[in-house]
Design a protein around this ligand. Structure first.
Ligand SMILES: Nc1nc2c(c(=O)[nH]1)N[C@H]1C(S)=C(S)[C@@H](COP(=O)(O)OP(=O)(O)OC[C@H]3O[C@@H](n4cnc5c(N)ncnc54)[C@H](O)[C@@H]3O)O[C@H]1N2
Ligand code: MOO
Length: 406
């Protein structure tokens, strides 16, 4: 197979992805990061009453014609404990932030602008306008208002608004299920000490985190040895568990033990492309196995992580029904770069803040070998060098992709 250009590969992958439509209800404290499945209406009005915005005294602005002037304190209104009576002319009610403004009062004077004359009397030092320091009922929202629109990914403030609007549970789209299999006889799980000729399955851990950052749920297929039967079993398990996406890591190249492609074909997968004109990540594989999307990531650590960021993450977002995130940004090259060949390069790079809030300086890190996690862990971004790009000097414009949590 010839190398598919990067943009075309991404486009082909995403074009075939239909968002999941199943809806479920989750308790609001578990809704962070989930996607709202329907417009959410307020079940109540907030504030439900005219509320004081300050600590001070509720009064009638018209009673302050000549200041300083003294008013009779006729009671108290605290948050959670309203003043029951009506406030007479010339009266004042001691009031605290968030407390209901008593009937008859139309302004709140902050206590710094008063002097307490006695238990029963307060002197107001300055005149004030009606409405001052009062938050009107419905100032934030009224019952029936649309608080949040379907399709929104729920963050802390949106969940707080939903709770304030009277909701304890929310309708959300079900999470996209992503089965992740690390393949290779040499792999041991994180935390275990590898024996001779072994290494730690570090990629699957990071890929799972990228899936979760994109809003997906991980089905961990563990470490699968380079054996046809074991791979076939893992792929069948992914289907049984109704994964939307099957991700394999490693075994994607052309070696005798690179069995992911052959076993996928035996299991009936249709491979759309294998090998993309990009560096790292050339042996990336994409296709489908029944209703499941299949993405075979190359095993080298940087290759796995770059392809997970650039293909898996947008795929999970698309299947979740999220709008395409614009993660490409323009920056300024922080070091000169060579002319590029036919593979689009994604160089691990550090970001430095730009002058006067301008675009960031993108500094490619020294070593770009695809096995280097030390380099990746220092990177905030991937500097994009398109196929056949000419050499560029420090200070010229460039494009970069922000990494997860970067
Ligand atoms: N003759 C050729 N050889 C290779 C080519 C090629 O075109 N012709 N392409 C190279 C490129 S580019 C890449 S990328 C790698 C991809 O190889 P595989 O996807 O088959 O990966 P493996 O051989 O299984 O592993 C490569 C490397 O990564 C380590 N690995 C694998 N899985 C994990 C994991 N889950 N966590 C951490 N490390 C992992 C593995 O131990 C190997 O060291 O192929 C080149 N070869
Ligand atoms: O693509 Mo490989 O990913 O160059 O190491």
């Amino acid at each position: 197979m010839t190398l598919v250009p990067f943009e075309e590969a991404l486009d082909r992958l995403l074009r075939g992805a239909q968002p999941v439509s199943d809806v479920e209800t989750v308790a609001i404290d578990g809704a962070f990061g989930r996607i709202l499945a329907a417009d959410l209406h307020a079940r109540r009005t907030q504030p439900a009453f005219d509320a004081s915005a300050m600590d001070g005294y509720a009064l009638r602005a018209a009673d302050l014609r000549a200041t300083p002037c003294e008013l009779d304190i006729v009671g108290e209104s605290a948050a959670g404990h309203a003043f029951d009576g009506a406030m007479p002319t010339g009266g004042a009610v001691r009031i605290f932030t968030g407390a209901p403004v008593p009937d008859g009062a139309d302004a709140v004077v902050i206590q710094e602008n008063t002097e307490r004359v006695s238990d029963r009397r307060v002197r107001v030092l300055e005149p004030m306008a009606a409405g001052a320091n009062i938050r009107r009922a419905g100032n934030d929202f009224a019952g029936g208002d649309v608080l949040l629109r379907a399709g929104l990914r729920l963050g802390p403030a949106a969940c707080a608004l939903a709770a304030s609007g009277g909701h304890g549970a929310l309708p959300v789209r079900r999470q996209v299920r992503v089965a992740v299999a690390a393949t290779g006889d040499e792999l041991v799980p994180p935390g275990a000490m590898p024996g001779p000729s072994q290494t730690v399955a570090s990629n699957s851990l990071a890929v799972a985190m990228i899936v979760r950052a994109a809003g997906g749920r991980v089905i961990d297929l563990g470490i699968v040895p380079d054996l046809r039967d074991a791979l076939a079993d893992a792929f069948r398990r992914a289907r049984r568990e109704e994964a939307d996406v099957l991700v394999t890591i490693g075994g994607a190249s052309v070696g005798d033990h690179d069995l992911v492609g052959p076993v996928l074909r035996d299991e009936g997968a249709k491979l759309d492309f294998w090998k993309v004109a990009m560096r790292p990540g050339k042996p990336l594989m994409a296709g489908s196995l029944g209703p499941m999307h299949v993405l075979g990531l190359p095993g080298n650590p940087a290759s796995s992580l770059v392809t997970a960021e650039l293909f898996l993450r947008p795929l999970v977002e698309r299947l979740s029904g999220l709008p395409a995130a614009a993660r490409r940004r323009k920056g300024i090259l922080g070091a000169p770069v060579r002319a590029n060949d036919h593979r689009c390069d994604f160089l691990r790079a550090r970001l430095e803040s730009g002058e006067d809030g301008g675009p960031a300086r993108v500094v490619p890190l020294d070593r770009q070998d695809s096995s280097l996690l030390t380099v990746f862990a220092r990177a905030d971004a991937l500097l994009v060098r398109p196929a056949h790009a000419s050499a560029a000097l420090a200070g010229s414009e460039c494009e970069y992709v922000l990494l997860s949590l970067g």
